[in-house]
Write a protein that binds this ligand. Structure first.
Ligand code: SAM
Length: 297
């Protein structure tokens, strides 16, 4: 399905703003640093344009948004803003998928300094026996840091790009690990077995799922009762977070979308990490998930 979906098919180069630099991970994965007094003007101009485009979000009921007969009714077609797909879910425009060409950006050496992933990992409170899925694992930046924490369990690293899966498999061999499972999913299905995981982590990935509802329904099924979803997204409420608007999410939007499939919100920590929200949701014991009809109301 990944290849046949026009909204997913062309994974775009990822453009990041890291003030005062403009960092673009292009087809070669190279970073372009624009610095110096003169070169700051284009970056500032771009920040302005991007913040304007974020306010261009359209709500599902708006006249501008239309149902597309080829999509399920929970998605609508609206204005395509910068780096957006023009596909809307619960009032949010879905962004393009980050291409595998940006692996070097994901693996950048200053990521700890910028995003403090070690703090996020410590806050997961994993048990050695846990089976945790890293959904939208990419190059496995998180996956390979989680693996030593679950020596009697495993990390299932799920991604839809075969290039990411190859990278994950090669790196697992290089590191001599045996508890990482690279797992190719589909845009609308994690392909995980029902009741097979204790937790799922999604770091900077959920906002680019082209089929967020189907993905979350699939993940809901894959969780054991009482299992947790840990969602890390760049803070949309904070204009100082130097990331493109469509690659950010607010707490209110995240809660709305997670709760729509029957997950229970447990906590939000927006101070733990420099740029991201750290949110935890739970699959309540005995919960069967919400029916789609009731989700629309
Ligand atoms: C911005 S990258 C983040 C990678 C990683 N989580 C990290 O923080 O280093 C997002 C990843 O999500 C993946 N992705 C997008 N849609 C997906 C889906 N429906 N299922 C699984 N992975 C998906 C992309 O292929 C990409 O590798």
């Amino acid at each position: 399905m990944a290849g046949s979906d026009p909204l997913h098919g062309n994974a775009k180069p990822y453009l990041f703003l890291v003030a005062p630099w403009l960092v673009r991970a292009d087809r070669t994965g190279e970073k372009l640093h624009v610095s110096g007094t003169m070169s700051r003007f284009p970056a500032i101009f771009l920040i302005l344009i991007l913040s304007l485009s974020s306010s261009a979000q359209v709500k599902p009921g708006d006249k501008e948004n239309k149902a597309d007969p080829s999509w399920p009714s929970h998605y609508s077609k609206g204005r395509k803003t910068f780096d957006g797909t023009g596909k809307y879910y619960m009032g949010r425009e879905i962004s393009y998928v980050m291409g595998h060409q940006a692996i070097r950006w994901l693996e950048r050496s200053n990521r700890e300094e910028e995003e403090a992933p070690s703090k996020a990992i410590a806050a997961l409170n994993l048990k050695p026996t846990d089976v945790i899925a890293d959904i939208g694992a990419g190059s496995g930046y998180y996956t390979f840091r989680l693996a030593p924490l679950v020596p009697k369990g495993k990390v299932v690293a799920v991604d839809i790009q075969p290039e990411m899966i190859d990278f994950l498999e090669r790196k697992e061999k290089q590191l001599g690990l045996t508890n990482v499972e690279a797992h190719l999913g589909e845009v609308d299905d994690t392909k995980l077995k029902p009741g097979s995981i204790n937790a799922a982590l999604m770091v900077d990935a959920y906002h680019e799922f082209s089929h967020p509802r189907e993905m979350m329904e699939s993940l809901f099924k894959a969780l054991k009762p009482g299992g947790r979803i840990i969602l890390l997204e760049y803070r949309a409420e904070d204009p100082t977070v130097p990331i493109k608007p469509l690659h950010k999410m607010s707490v209110a939007q995240s809660r709305k979308e997670m709760e729509a499939v029957g997950l229970k919100w447990k906590s939000t920590d927006s101070k733990l990490l420099p740029w991201q929200h750290f949110m935890i949701f739970e699959k309540p014991a005995g919960a069967k998930g919400k029916k789609r009809e009731s989700l629309e109301k």
